[in-house]
Design a protein around this ligand. Structure first.
Ligand code: ATP
Ligand code: MG
Length: 405
């Protein structure tokens, strides 16, 4: 008996002329996720895709398909010889695995081979009776039964399927272009990364580190967060920007209540240059309107001023609790709440301006050699490929923050 997985596209099926590009990309993403299973063959078709498992147990493949964006649902399909006794045996076995007692079921037969010895009604009755006989506490119910046994009589074989497994939805990663996502060690930006990927964006992470004020462990934690979201795209690039010099310069030259605004302007400039160098189309971040002082609309005006590049803010309108729910679902929450310092918290003034003025931000910033600072930070940025299996190297103990001030 051969087993296939039938993959359904969902939103992809509305893509019209671009559909081929989308299905090809999805097929490639699936192949990438199944890299360790070269015997599995992927066949993209117009309305669905199927995977020939070639002997690999479906239990090993199913978990790998679940996080792949662009898959609406998928079903294991059993390919059988056209012998009804054999079909009956398989159906009874599959229904038996669903704890059938007390449940409802129906048999739904389709027949494209009109010369087959039984018609759809006869098949429904034959298999239905067999199920009722084998499992006395199951009932037939045609509308929304607990178990639907799909039987498809084709020219060459009969296909049987029972389960429909929910996929991740969304669009295949890469079909919407590339973005530079500003990844901190917090709760919001990993969720933003996940949501951007769900809409088909390929994400490159940009992280600002200020050693020795921020520790190597804080950097490792952020890479671990990147590894968690890398599951949804196979792997991703992680850029570590050296931000110490810029923060020290800002601290020297800018009044306390504008530190945050000027710092964010610098971050955005650097991210934009990295984006351009790496052929990204937009920037993404984890800003949520009203959450903290730097995330008021006035603040966005004062920060956003440095670029015309579109900024995607996937969690902009979400409540914190809703963001946390997603963080828990994608397993980033526990990592995010580990108490490591972030470059923002280290330099966070006691009272940042909640309504900074654009003119003032520009004026204070003009005290810095912006171009040169940005150039150096970009030049010294380190890039690394993060896969879902990322394991941190040993990190030395960090300098204590208290020793530095
Ligand atoms: P998060 O939970 O993502 O840290 P937050 O609620 O703490 O967000 P802020 O600290 O104001 O909010 O940061 C807003 C956004 O700015 C972050 O979501 C992230 O996209 C970006 N950001 C902040 N700090 C860094 C950093 N060190 N490196 C890269 N991006 C950062
Ligand atoms: Mg933060």
């Amino acid at each position: 008996m051969k087993v296939r997985l039938l993959v359904r596209y969902g939103e992809l099926s509305t893509k019209g002329r671009n559909k081929k590009m989308f299905t090809q990309k999805l097929a490639n993403n699936i192949k990438k996720a199944l890299m360790n299973y070269p015997q599995v063959r992927v066949f993209p078709d117009y309305d669905f895709m199927y995977l020939d498992l070639n002997g690999v147990p479906q239990e090993e493949i199913i978990p790998l398909l679940k996080p792949i964006f662009g898959i609406q649902s998928f079903s294991p399909v059993y390919i059988l010889e056209k012998k009804m006794e054999k079909v009956k045996e398989v159906v009874l076995d599959l229904v038996g695995k669903e704890n059938p007692n007390g449940k409802t079921f129906k048999i739904a037969t389709k027949r494209s081979d009109h010369e087959f010895v039984m018609d759809t009604n006869e098949i429904n009755l034959f298999l239905g009776d067999a199920v009722l006989e084998a499992y006395p506490e199951i009932r037939v119910q045609l509308k929304q039964p607990d178990i639907t046994v799909r039987v498809d009589v084709r020219r060459q074989h009969i296909m049987v399927s029972l389960q429909t497994i929910q996929g991740a939805g969304g669009l295949p990663v890469g079909t919407s272009g590339r973005v530079s996502l500003m990844l901190s060690g917090g709760i919001d930006s990993p969720v933003a990364a996940y949501l951007a990927m769900k809409r088909g964006m390929e994400v490159q992470c940009v992280h600002f580190a200020s050693p020795p004020y921020t520790s190597p462990q804080a950097l490792v934690k952020t890479k671990q967060l990147a590894a968690k979201v890398a599951i949804y795209g196979g792997s991703l690039q992680f850029f570590t920007v050296p931000f110490t010099e810029i923060q020290e310069e800002i601290k020297k030259a800018v009044p306390e209540n504008y530190l945050m605004t000027v710092m964010r302007r610098m971050m955005l400039r650097i991210t934009d240059q990295l984006r351009e160098k790496n052929h990204g189309l937009a920037i993404a971040n984890g800003e949520s309107v009203g959450q903290v002082a730097s995330q008021t609309l006035e603040s966005m005006i004062a920060i956003n001023d440095v670029t015309n590049t579109p900024i995607i803010r996937p969690v902009a309108t979400m409540d914190k609790l809703d963001i946390i729910a997603i963080a828990q679902e994608i397993d980033t929450f526990e990592l995010s709440i580990q108490p490591f310092e972030d470059c923002c918290t280290v330099f966070a003034p006691p009272s940042p301006k909640t309504k900074p003025k654009l003119e003032k931000a520009r004026e204070y910033e003009s005290r810095l050699n912006v171009e040169e600072l940005v150039r150096r930070a970009v030049e010294n940025t380190v890039v690394e490929e993060i896969t879902p299996n990322y394991v941190a190297e040993e990190v030395e103990n960090s300098v204590k923050m208290d020793d530095l001030f």
